[in-house]
Design a protein around this ligand. Structure first.
Ligand code: DGL
Length: 282
């Protein structure tokens, strides 16, 4: 069975992992949340690239056969570089789903919610340039939203206020489609739907990422048939107990095991295996 490495700055990539596991339940997963550095969005692209490289080296050392960069910001900063640096490894990366949005819009106005770093990256510019000719693309960075989701506040008044401030000008300009260009944002989908109303389509890229992962596994002859679910190892570069709670809340998974990792320079080291163990379980 293949091992799929998945990473993000924090809990956002869990929105991708959730769909990957539905589509490819037999694969084994190793998920890394770099919560020592969350949010990635306001950081320079070069710094984020360094994190992505360190995480990739660690995932490969743990036997990852394929890596899903489940973070738009890290994809913007590092996807191209990672493919060049690790030519033997298949990578699946995120890019804001501007293409389907541009194809589906009737009003000709779409909104993209993503981090500042994602909007600065060449990947985003090229997607807009290639696929959004003749379409008005409005952008917003939703300041503070990633931090709210990291604390588990997916329905709080503050989270609602952030989203209202971002979406109101877009709605006033006639958007009929919203692209979730950050993997944290599917966790506030219910709020986005409430604010935007039923007429506005919200595009979550996770299903397309899962399909692409399956295609890539096949292309690399990584067998995806197995008798039992492969399971998930979770790891964080910050507080294992906190991350464990987030997994329970966001994925409704009971008692996940969470490992602790620590950055030493550019490298990730395992601090403890299963640092959130029996003793911490309710
Ligand atoms: N989930 C991330 C993304 O898709 C990163 C958010 C952040 O750390 O700022 O962009």
């Amino acid at each position: 069975m293949p091992t799929i490495g998945v990473f993000d700055s924090g809990v956002g990539g869990l929105s991708i992992l959730r769909v990957l596991r539905q589509r490819l339940p037999e694969a084994a997963y190793l998920y890394i949340a770099d919560q020592a550095h969350v949010p990635y969005g306001p950081r320079p692209l070069l710094e984020v690239r360094g994190f992505a490289e360190g995480i990739t080296r660690y995932l490969l050392s743990q036997g990852a056969d394929l890596i899903v960069v489940a973070c738009n910001t890290a994809s913007a900063a590092a996807l191209h570089y990672l493919r060049q640096t690790f030519p033997q490894t298949p990578f699946v990366g995120m890019e804001p789903a501007v293409k389907p949005a541009a194809e589906q819009t009737h009003s000709g106005v779409v909104g993209v919610l993503a981090t500042p770093a994602t909007f600065q990256g060449e990947l985003y510019a090229s997607v807009v340039e290639r696929f959004a000719q003749g379409v008005t693309v409005l952008q917003d960075t939703c300041p503070g939203l990633v931090e709210q989701i990291e604390t588990g506040a997916t329905r709080s008044p503050k989270t609602r206020a952030i989203l209202e401030r971002s979406l109101a000008p877009m709605l006033a300009q006639g958007i009929d489609t919203v692209v979730l260009g950050c993997t944290h944002y599917p966790f506030v989908m219910p709020l986005i739907r409430e604010i935007a109303g039923p007429e506005v389509r919200v595009i979550d890229p996770a299903p397309a990422i899962a399909r692409q992962t399956e295609r890539l596994l096949r292309r690399h002859n990584l067998s995806i048939t197995g008798a039992a679910p492969g399971g998930v190892r979770y790891a964080t570069t910050r507080d294992a107990a906190h991350f464990r709670e987030a997994i329970q809340t966001l994925l409704e998974e009971s008692a996940p095991q969470v490992e602790s990792l620590i950055w030493e320079g550019q490298s990730l080291l395992q601090l403890s295996a299963n640092s959130c163990n029996e003793e911490n379980q309710p």
